[in-house]
Design a protein around this ligand. Structure first.
Ligand code: 13P
Ligand code: SF4
Length: 360
């Protein structure tokens, strides 16, 4: 850690963090814990003093997720919590677009991100000018934008979506605009996967998640051969042929819910690696198989830089007020929709049909 003397694993720290250790001891080694626990204790104390909350995404490592996260979940859940929070400070344990979303929803709060370099390949795949060009080419069609985008892109948007509500949002936008096609940006694979569950036509962009695009249908077939009883859950940012081989597809919160309610004996989560580590803390009877991939952006967030963020009050995330106001309309429209009642479930029979999307 830079600039901070390492606090000791004192009996007081041990007492303060005992309940967390009990939870994570199957995923964190005792040696690691002696390093993590003093920071967890410090972070939780400073949070109380500063009236701060930590919003932690499902891809955070277990010591962050279970140790210091006040609200944990998927992109939709964290956005909802940001909108509800009455804390003075929000520390986003996630990536930059998530911190911007929090700032857009809470312009009067101080929003901090522990590492400004925590980006996203989807967010950097498209600019506001690209969206304006798409609108010019397809006048009259609503623009549905995945939250994995910059504030500037959201400002050019009619309504946002996440992987938890993408089908619901696409159908809602088509109904409201009275059209049978929508522009859906920037994730090509999410767009293709949504197109398989709706009759609404989709015009998509060529953005990809660098973590999920690496999974292949062959990966799933190999897992099934080696572990015939394993249940395969995939994130909708994966290529459609991967979802077609899976038993279930949904947002990170939906995967979490699936494992905790259905208690599979063996499961593989086709997504970022920390997801399985975090669910495994509560899903004690489930065996988690590999493969998984690491998101280099999510992994920039550590206990060390969360502590630094709180102590040094950095790095503040700001959004130009004019941009923020326009972006907020699109994010708020999404938040105002009823929460998805059951986890998004892909109709895999329909998923086998080829549904084309128009790619720009
Ligand atoms: P969700 O948590 O919304 O499923 O998103 C996954 C993701 O990749 C966020 O960056
Ligand atoms: Fe972006 Fe993919 Fe990383 Fe999520 S997992 S932050 S979509 S690069």
């Amino acid at each position: 850690m830079t600039g901070f003397p390492q606090a000791d694993f004192t009996p007081e720290v041990e007492r303060e963090t005992a309940a967390i250790w009990e939870k994570v001891s199957r995923r964190v080694t005792p040696i690691e814990w002696r390093l993590h626990a003093p920071m967890i204790a410090q972070i939780n104390r400073i949070k109380r003093e500063r009236n701060a909350v930590i919003l932690a995404h499902n891809y955070m490592t277990p010591e962050i997720f279970h140790g210091v996260g006040d609200y944990v979940g998927d992109s939709l859940g964290l956005a909802r919590e940001a909108a509800r929070s009455d804390a003075a400070v929000i520390v986003q344990a996630g990536v930059h677009f998530m911190a911007e979303t929090s700032k857009i929803l809470c312009p009067d709060k101080r929003v901090l991100i522990p590492d400004l370099r925590a980006g996203c390949s989807l967010a950097s795949s498209i600019t506001a000018a690209d969206v304006r060009l798409m609108r010019e080419r397809h006048p009259g069609l609503p623009v549905v934008t995945y939250v994995n985008t910059s504030a500037e892109v959201k400002a050019e948007t009619d309504i946002c979506c996440t992987s938890a509500n993408a089908v619901q949002v696409v159908e809602q936008a088509a109904r409201e605009w009275g059209v049978d096609r929508v522009i859906m940006i920037p994730d090509e694979f999410l767009a293709r996967n949504v197109a398989r569950q709706t009759d609404i036509g989709i015009i998509a962009w060529r953005g990809r998640c660098e973590v999920h695009e690496q999974f292949t249908a062959e990966d799933i077939r190999e897992i099934r051969e080696a572990h015939p009883g394993a249940e395969v859950l995939a994130h909708p940012e994966c290529p459609p042929e991967v979802l077609a081989e899976a038993d279930f597809a949904g947002s990170t919160a939906a995967m979490n819910d699936y494992v905790l309610t259905r208690k599979p004996r063996q499961v593989v989560l086709i997504t970022e690696c920390s997801m399985a580590d975090n669910v495994a803390v509560d899903a004690v009877d489930t065996e988690f198989l590999r493969p998984c991939n690491l998101c280099p952006h999510m992994k920039r967030i550590t206990l060390e830089n969360i502590l630094e963020a709180l102590v040094e009050d950095r790095y503040e995330v700001t959004v130009d007020p004019k941009v923020s106001l326009r972006a907020r309309t699109a994010v708020q429209r999404m938040i105002d929709l009823p929460p998805p009642a059951v986890p998004a479930r892909y109709d895999l029979v329909r998923a086998l049909h080829h549904v084309d999307v128009e790619l720009i």
